[in-house]
Design a protein around this ligand. Structure first.
Ligand code: SER
Length: 551
């Protein structure tokens, strides 16, 4: 089965089970301060789980573009080194919002894998949550008993909180989960070591393909678990890994998700995949990273010097550097892969077609400018090495090359060693740590839990007709950032304040209480479909309402 059919098959199956098929959310998150990139299929449904919003359909399924390169879920350093992690990947998922729960989620997962995709059940293992005393959570016997209908008991394994209790981040919806793992090793290897001993042990041929999460709780800002009013299903299947299994390959990179890119990289760089560890890693890194960068640009996030844009720039630079060092590429070539990827995935993701030219130009510019940096860095490094007494390069100097000139440390170390020098790595790390502490202090921020005063789904914007109106506060929370200190975010039942967006600055103004107290609205922004008003202090007598006036 080709990858495009595998994807479609999943959507068709869940459509048969009355799921509405929805598009992937953008990979770049603009309206959630706790998240830079979509790192799981459930991100776009967070508010449904929390009960803050009501979905149109209680069952949905999709393929979600995900990026795991920052925050709680970060796979960047593994990518290219192994054969089954990616920065960008697709997650096939089905969801129930307060509708079906464990029994159906487990039965359907089993049905599609073994009856539709026809995976041999004897290569599958499942895990369930063993419980956790410190959290007051019991072993998930319910899931165990549902699995028992399909899976021999010696293939149902217990997993701890780290593997079998899924959390989106420090806060938010969470719950125990059941994972499905495949063992695609040869018979000979299976005779030697049982697959059960290799589950969750980072073995490249015994990998997790699907995670079924039974969402029941909300992790609060203070770390406690709160029971949610309803129970939900959130599943995520690694599309590229599923393709590996169904196409009978030993590596995600040998599936048709990656082979067109790999053939093109080989042709452009005149190298051959499968001939040396270093060349193979470099080709995998480039094939993986060009997907991330192209999809990110297609979703509106260009490489830049700050925030999400900086993460994307660093990923592209990692690819350029691997090409430069291990494939001997001194000229830009990664942008030439854009058309291969567009041909391959443009039908499933039309944004690739739409932004093909932009991606081509942006990647080419980035490549040229970083290749220039690498050239200049080589000259600087040369001068530093000539001025070095003894045979050890100063760690602070290596850090300066990295920090000020963008010259990567591993390249410094490699070139230094070729010339017979070592680098003071501890000194480099110490300088890096100091720098991190400085930026951590500048960026740290904390969001308190929302205090909901009134459930109000429809938050009307009335500012086109009036600049002054009576409002009620429906929810508020306290925020703390290193830059701005403490302040508050308020949401109203209706509002005359226009939120920041589309290049327009947010409205300012004030709230006037019935006793004449004034609270300034410092800014207005839209986040998660809420219009949020920023104040320095929390108004008293919230229940009485306020006159809201736009400046
Ligand atoms: N949220 C779960 C995960 O990302 C399942 O979708 O693994």
């Amino acid at each position: 089965m080709k990858s495009a059919e595998i994807r479609q098959h999943f959507l068709d199956f869940f459509n048969e089970k009355q799921h509405q098929i929805v598009p992937s959310a953008p990979m770049v998150v603009k309206d959630d301060p706790t998240l830079m990139f979509t790192n799981a299929g459930m991100n776009q449904f967070k508010e449904f789980f929390l009960g803050n919003k009501t979905p149109k359909s209680k069952r949905v399924a999709d393929t979600q573009k995900c990026l795991r390169v920052s925050g709680k879920h970060n796979d960047l350093e593994e990518v290219g080194i192994d054969t089954y992690h990616h920065t960008f990947f697709e997650m096939l998922g089905n969801w129930s919002f307060g509708d079906y729960f464990k029994e159906e989620a487990i039965a359907w997962a089993w049905e599609i894998l073994t009856e539709r995709y026809k995976i041999d059940p004897s290569i599958l293992y499942v895990t369930i949550f063993e419980g956790d005393q410190s959290e007051g959570l019991e072993r998930d016997m319910e899931a165990y008993n549902f699995w028992k209908k399909f899976v021999p008991e010696d293939r149902i394994l217990l997993g701890n909180k780290e593997d079998n209790f899924w959390e989106m981040g420090d806060q938010g919806p969470c719950g125990p989960c059941s994972e499905i793992h495949v063992d695609i090793r040869s018979e000979e290897e299976k005779q030697k070591v049982s697959g059960a001993d290799l589950v969750n042990q980072d073995h490249p041929q015994v990998v997790e393909v699907w995670n079924l999460v039974f969402i029941e709780f909300n992790r609060k800002a203070n770390g406690s678990l709160e029971q949610l009013p309803e129970k939900h299903i959130d599943t995520g299947m690694g599309f590229e890994r599923l393709c590996m299994v169904l196409q009978d390959k030993q590596s995600n990179y040998d599936t048709d998700v990656f082979t067109p890119l790999i053939r093109e990289i080989e042709a452009l760089t005149k190298t051959e995949y499968g001939t040396s560890i270093e060349v193979d890693r470099a080709i995998r890194v480039i094939a993986d990273h060009v997907r991330t960068v192209y999809f990110s640009i297609a979703d509106g996030q260009l490489p830049s010097n700050t925030g999400a844009g900086y993460v994307i720039r660093r990923i592209l630079r990692r690819a350029i550097r691997y090409g430069f060092t291990f494939l001997g590429q001194k000229e830009a070539f990664i942008h030439l892969l854009v058309s291969t990827l567009e041909k391959q995935m443009g039908d499933a993701f039309p944004e690739l077609k739409r932004e093909q030219k932009l991606a081509f130009n942006v990647i080419r510019e980035e490549e040229n400018s970083f290749l220039k940096t690498l050239d200049q860095g080589l000259i600087l490094l040369d001068a530093i090495l000539k001025g070095t007494k003894g045979k050890e390069l100063d760690g602070a100097k290596a850090f300066e090359l990295y920090d000020t000139y963008g010259f990567p440390y591993d390249l410094t170390a490699l070139i230094a060693s070729e010339r017979g020098y070592t680098v003071d790595e501890e000194g480099f790390k110490a300088s890096m740590e100091q720098q991190k502490n400085r930026s951590r202090a500048a960026a740290s921020s904390k969001a308190g839990d929302w205090v909901v005063l009134a459930q109000d789904e429809l938050e009307e914007f009335v500012g086109y007709d009036t600049l002054e109106t009576q409002v009620k506060v429906t929810r508020y929370r306290k925020m703390t950032t290193a830059k701005e200190g403490d302040f508050y975010q308020l949401v109203f039942n209706l509002t005359p304040f226009y939120p920041e967006g589309g290049g327009q600055v947010g409205d300012k103004g004030y709230l006037e209480a019935s006793n004449g107290d004034i609270y300034y609205i410092l800014n207005t922004k839209k986040e998660n479909n809420l219009i949020i008003h920023f104040t320095e202090t929390l108004p008293t007598k919230l229940e009485e309402g306020f006159k809201a006036v736009v400046d």
